[in-house]
Design a protein around this ligand. Structure first.
Ligand code: HEC
Length: 119
């Protein structure tokens, strides 16, 4: 094989591989954010801590709801019956905080990508 052909294969192969790497990094970034911001209050499994366990959360709530809730928990709790019930049934007197980081759409998407891996 000529050097030129070889180079082109390498470049093309690299481009094909990129999207997969990107997705994997998002979940990893989401996992880190979860550990930093969320794990004080939430377990990645089904048991409660200071908030509900987040195991299986992507089956309970869709992506749109998760984006809205993470961006602004208080207004979701005021306008959404499910979130209201969640607040009323929460026995710990702690509330879901509004995070500066969760105002960033990419960071929310990364955390949600991680939440989707919790079954
Ligand atoms: C100070 C404790 C605390 C921290 C930190 C926290 N949460 Fe929460 N979270 C709660 C509480 C309490 C609730 C229940 C709703 C309420 O009463 O505010 C909740 C509810 C939720 C729900 C809905 C759960 C369900 O079963 O429907 C999701 C999703 C969630 N939190 C995700 C997160 C994510 C992601 C982070 C990190 C970015 C985070 N939380 C950080 C306390 C916390």
């Amino acid at each position: 094989m000529s050097d030129m052909k070889c180079m082109m294969l390498l470049v093309f192969g690299g481009l094909l591989a990129l999207p997969n790497v990107g997705v994997a990094e998002d979940v990893e970034h989401g996992r880190k954010l979860f550990q930093q911001l969320c794990s004080h209050c939430h377990k990645a499994g089904y048991d409660e801590k200071f908030g509900p366990g987040l195991g299986g959360i992507s089956e309970r709530r869709d992506e749109k709801w998760l984006h809205g809730f993470l961006q602004d928990p208080e207004s979701t709790i005021q306008t959404d019956e499910y979130a209201k019930t969640l607040r009323e049934s929460n026995a710990y007197n702690l509330t879901m905080p509004k995070f500066r980081e969760m105002q960033d759409e990419q960071m929310r998407a990364d955390v949600i990508a991680f939440l989707k891996t919790l079954n």
